[in-house]
Design a protein around this ligand. Structure first.
Ligand SMILES: [Zn+2]
Length: 258
C-alpha cells in the first residue's frame, strides 16, 4: 500500500499529465504562424510593442462598452472632441462607443488564442497575433455603434451604418484614420471599425510620436480615409549660381609668312 506522500505525488503527477495538453496548446496557440517577413510583418501585421504604463489612461467616461477601456493619453483630447461632435450631429443616428481600446501584448495573446477552432494562420487574417496589434500602442480604437440595429460588433455591416459613414467623413478632422481599408494591399481584413490616431497635423502634441510608431505602415499601406499633410518644399541652402561659360575666343587665322 503506498504511503501518504507517495499517493500525493502520484496524484500530482496525474494532475500535471491532465493539464499538459492545455499548457502545450496555450504555448503553441500562436506558434504555428509563419516567421516574420523581411519588413517584420507576420501574416500582414506590423510588430508593435506595449505602450508605456504611464501613457495609458482611462478613456472618456461612458465611452467604453467594458469598464476597462483605456487609451494613450495623447489621443484623449481629440477623442473627446470627436465624441462631442458625433453626439451633436443627428446624422450619426446613434452613439459611438469603444468596443476595444488599449490591449497590452499579454491580453492580445488571450484574444488571439480565444478561438482555437481554426488555425493560427487563419485567425491572423482577422485578429493580430500578440506583439503585432496596433491596440498595444494605445492609439487604436475599435468603435461600436449603439443601438447596433442588428449588425454585430466588429462586422463589415457596420460600414453601412450612419455612424460609420459619419466616421468616414469626419474622423480625419480629429486626427483618426482607418488603418485597414477595404481591399488593402497589406492583406489585413477590412476593419471599418478600427481607427488609429496620428493627430491632425505633425505639430499637434503627441502626433510626432504616434506617426513614428506607424511610420512604416503609413508609408507602405496608407490608411483610407487617411490623414495626409500637404507637401512642404523646404529649401535648406541657396542653390549654387549657374556658371556662365565665357564665349569662345575667335580663332585668329595665322597669316602667311612672307
Ligand atoms: Zn482593432
Amino acid at each position: 500500500m503506498p504511503t501518504a506522500p507517495a499517493a500525493f505525488l502520484r496524484f500530482l503527477a496525474l494532475l500535471l499529465f491532465a493539464m499538459l495538453p492545455a499548457a502545450v496548446q496555450a504555448q503553441s496557440c500562436d506558434g504555428a504562424l509563419p516567421p516574420p517577413g523581411p519588413d517584420g510583418r507576420v501574416a500582414g501585421h506590423f510588430p508593435y510593442g506595449d505602450a508605456s504604463d504611464q501613457d495609458i489612461v482611462p478613456a472618456p467616461a461612458g465611452f467604453g462598452l467594458k469598464p476597462y477601456c483605456r487609451v494613450h493619453r495623447a489621443i484623449l483630447a481629440d477623442l473627446q472632441h470627436l465624441l462631442d461632435a458625433a453626439r451633436a450631429d443627428p446624422a450619426v443616428g446613434g452613439e459611438l462607443r469603444g468596443l476595444s481600446c488599449h490591449r497590452e501584448v499579454a491580453r492580445q495573446r488571450n484574444v488571439f488564442c480565444r478561438d482555437r477552432s481554426v488555425s493560427a494562420a487563419e485567425r491572423a487574417i482577422s485578429v493580430a497575433p500578440a506583439g503585432y496589434s496596433e491596440h498595444a500602442t494605445g492609439y487604436a480604437i475599435d468603435f461600436a455603434v449603439r443601438p447596433a440595429r442588428g449588425c454585430p460588433d466588429a462586422e463589415a455591416c457596420m460600414a453601412a451604418s450612419p455612424a460609420a459613414r459619419w466616421l468616414f467623413a469626419n474622423a480625419r478632422r480629429f486626427g483618426f484614420e482607418m488603418s485597414f481599408p477595404a481591399g488593402n494591399r497589406q492583406r489585413v481584413k477590412w476593419e471599418p471599425w478600427h481607427w488609429r490616431w496620428v493627430g491632425t497635423s505633425p505639430g499637434e502634441p503627441g502626433a510626432a510620436q504616434a506617426r513614428l510608431v506607424f511610420a512604416r505602415a503609413r508609408a507602405q499601406y496608407p490608411a483610407d480615409p487617411g490623414i495626409r499633410d500637404p507637401l512642404r518644399v523646404v529649401v535648406s541652402s541657396q542653390p549654387p549660381l549657374p556658371v556662365v561659360a565665357a564665349p569662345p575666343a575667335p580663332i585668329k587665322k595665322k597669316g602667311k609668312r612672307r
